[in-house]
Design a protein around this ligand. Structure first.
Ligand code: GDP
Length: 181
């Protein structure tokens, strides 16, 4: 009879970005498949688990770390970043100052954690709240070069509210983390 080899992979993934951009809402959508405007994350680091049947042989478990409530510092301690394999940096597409902050967050991340090879850990940029009007076209057209300059592997327009691109962004990041593993 055939031998079935099953691999189980665990990845620590960090969610960073300014207060109010939608980090907790994206995690809620991704893990619990819901959006709750009244949901308020607790203060301090919080984490959730997401399990994916990646393919017939592979189970991927994601440990999603939310910095809930620590955003005012614009940086996190090394303890939080320790052994992270991937990062999701979120900004609010209707608030350009949060994109500037995303660059600062990415620099803080890269200064505190990297792969064994010395390269940055895989990171994806999420332009969240794309369901809202008032989306800045100039800002959107600058995102390719923003990603290149800040060493993001890619970006997605997302909506935690309307469930746009959340699963796609997750799958993209997992694929990148598998390549680095
Ligand atoms: P966090 O501080 O980054 O964790 O942000 P939250 O997840 O607490 O979201 C901040 C506010 O933005 C809340 O009122 C959410 O309901 C709202 N929000 C989050 N994601 C979306 C989205 O995709 N679209 C809209 N319209 N509102 C969102």
């Amino acid at each position: 009879s055939p031998v079935i080899v099953c691999t189980d992979k665990l990845f620590k993934v960090l969610f960073i970005g300014d207060l109010g951009v939608g980090k907790s809402s994206i995690i809620m959508r991704y893990v619990n498949k819901c959006f709750d405007e009244t949901y308020k994350a607790s203060i301090g680091v919080d984490f959730a688990l997401k399990t994916l049947e990646w393919d017939a042989q592979t189970i991927v478990r994601l440990q999603l770390w939310d910095i809930a409530g620590q955003e005012r510092f614009k940086k996190m301690s090394r303890v939080y970043y320790k052994e992270a394999m991937g990062a999701v940096v979120v900004f609010d597409i209707t608030n350009s100052s949060t994109l500037g902050a995303a660059s600062e967050w990415k620099q803080d991340l890269d200064s505190k954690v990297c792969l064994d090879s010395g390269r940055p850990i895989p990171a994806v940029l999420l332009a969240n709240k794309c369901d809202l009007t008032g989306r800045d076209e100039d800002l959107v057209s600058s995102l390719n070069s923003f990603c290149k300059d800040n060493r993001f592997l890619g970006w997605f327009e997302t909506s935690a509210k309307d469930n746009v691109n959340i699963d796609e962004a997750g799958a993209f990041l997992v694929k990148q983390m598998m390549l680095c593993d």
